[in-house]
Design a protein around this ligand. Structure first.
Ligand SMILES: [Zn+2]
Length: 197
């Protein structure tokens, strides 16, 4: 192929690609571009639906947090905000010692917020004395305020409860709670902040 022929070929391919793109044919002709476009469209759709996209992952958990704008910080930033005990439970999924939290004995009316981002997560209205030594509630303040995730870290499969806004670990939920829900949200008091009404 001589140089002139080569250049005209390049020109023709480029022109065709430009036209195809314009007419919407590019997707069929340029599969990699098409993938990128589809990915971007999916992300845009997810954003439009109000589900925040955390860490670039579109998963089930983010869709449950519909309407809540994510708070995303680095571990170093969380360490500056939280005490070592709060950090260990909220960011490293630790569990406080039973009967160690003063929130266990709080029976005043008020709101329990996520200690890390202050999102209201439980109301005193749903608090009950479970006798376990951990603050317990039969429901979150709103379905969207917490995320529930299957946790297989111990011998039994449990359901982990996370703050829907900052993904802090709050505790676990079990199905041996009182009426009306039959659920027991077993929370770490150190992951919560009580705000009296
Ligand atoms: Zn939070």
């Amino acid at each position: 192929m001589n140089r002139r022929y080569f250049l005209s070929m390049v020109g023709a391919v480029a022109a065709f690609a430009a036209v195809s793109k314009f007419t919407g044919l590019a997707g069929a002709l340029l599969p990699s571009d098409n993938h990128a476009a589809t990915g971007a469209a999916l992300a845009a759709n997810a954003m439009e639906r109000g589900g925040a996209v955390a860490n670039g992952n579109l998963n089930d958990r983010t869709t449950k947090a519909k309407g809540i704008k994510k708070v995303i910080k680095t571990d170093a930033e969380w360490k500056q905000i939280l005490t070592p005990e709060q950090y260990s439970v909220a960011r490293e999924k630790g569990t406080e010692r039973a009967f160690s939290s003063p929130l266990n004995d709080i029976h005043d009316e008020g709101i329990f917020e996520c200690v890390a981002c202050e999102l209201p997560v439980f109301s005193s209205k749903a608090k009950f004395d479970s006798g376990t030594g951990w603050p317990s509630f039969y429901e979150p303040i709103a379905k969207e305020s917490v995320q529930e995730v299957v946790d297989k870290s111990l011998w039994e499969t449990r359901t982990e409860v996370l703050c829907a806004r900052c993904d802090s670990h709050l505790g676990h939920v079990f199905d041996d709670g009182p009426r009306p829900t039959g659920l027991r949200y077993c929370m770490n008091g150190v992951a919560l902040k009580f705000v009296k009404s």
